[in-house]
Design a protein around this ligand. Structure first.
Ligand code: KMH
Ligand code: ZN
Length: 278
């Protein structure tokens, strides 16, 4: 069992409408304020989606760079940019995210139905993203929305080599309508697939969308996993109680991690585990 728990916060996402959820951080100032509070509460990684002046999802390179700089100035967090963007973002824009020089970027391991939409991740696109990350010294977090994505990652690593830093870290995003369900059973099945298809030493985190957040978190803590939480995935803290902010979700994860005798991993240890460039 790992001695500590890596906590990643995903504060914004691309799907939620700011006008319906005022606590969602969408400006750079709001993101920085959330990041500072989440670092204090126990997060080590921030998974970032940005918004434009109208609070719509954006992959504008200038704004991505400004966001990375602002987060680095205000926190010691590992900055992970989303290369997934929103379901409508073109592949070129998603690849260009790496030019903002984040510490990490997400890399989704397959196409998945995403509610009424399709989150498209063609094999050739995945290979291109993986190879550009190797060249740019950006550490991937491989996003797994469905069980078959784990075998696809095994195939990617066999054919195209290990990621920059040599360590394989994946994130099960469970409970998306169209993907694997957010249950303890999925966490265990996915972990079994990791053992079969990925190199020894690979680590995983998991997050459950919506009301699956707690079952996935509790199962993951008991299954040697790390945690992702945040308003990208969860907007309700308890029945009838909207999330007040991302730090509330990080604090709950940190509290449960302490109860599990696996307190939050500090940022320097997270950098060492993930193989982030210094
Ligand atoms: N917004 C989803 C379509 C990622 O950040 O890499 C994709 C997503 C995954 O959130
Ligand atoms: Zn995301």
């Amino acid at each position: 069992m790992p001695a500590t728990t890596l906590i990643t916060v995903a504060p914004t996402g691309a799907e939620t409408d700011k006008s319906k959820v005022p606590a969602l951080p969408v400006t750079i100032d709001e993101l920085v304020a959330t990041a500072v509070a989440c670092e204090k509460a126990g997060a080590a990684v921030i998974h970032v989606h940005i918004r434009d002046d109208d609070a719509k999802p954006s992959l504008d390179l200038g704004r991505l760079k400004a966001t990375v700089d602002a987060l680095r100035d205000a926190t010691n967090l590992i900055v992970q940019l989303s290369s997934g963007g929103s379901v409508t973002d073109p592949e070129e824009d998603r690849l260009r995210v790496l030019e903002a020089a984040p510490d990490m970027a997400s890399c989704t391991m397959g196409t998945v139905n995403f509610g009424p939409d399709v989150f498209m991740n063609r094999w050739d696109f995945i290979v291109e993203l993986h190879e550009r990350m190797q060249a740019a010294a950006v550490v991937p977090e491989y996003e797994i929305f469905d069980i078959g994505h784990i075998a696809s990652l095994g195939r990617l690593l066999d054919k195209h080599g290990l990621p920059f830093g040599g360590h394989v870290h994946i994130d099960f995003v469970l409970g998306v309508p169209g993907g694997a369900p957010g249950t303890a059973e999925t966490v265990i099945a996915a972990k079994q697939q990791m053992r079969e298809h990925l190199p020894a030493g690979a680590t995983f985190a998991a997050t459950g969308i919506g009301r699956s957040t707690l079952p996935v978190m509790l199962a993951t803590l008991g299954a040697e996993g790390h945690l992702r939480v945040g308003m990208e995935d969860t907007l309700t803290y308890a029945k009838g109680q909207p999330v007040s902010g991302n730090a509330q979700l990080v604090a709950r994860a940190a509290g449960l991690a302490k109860i599990a005798q696996r307190p939050p991993m500090d940022v320097d240890s997270a950098r060492a585990m993930l193989g982030i460039r210094s």
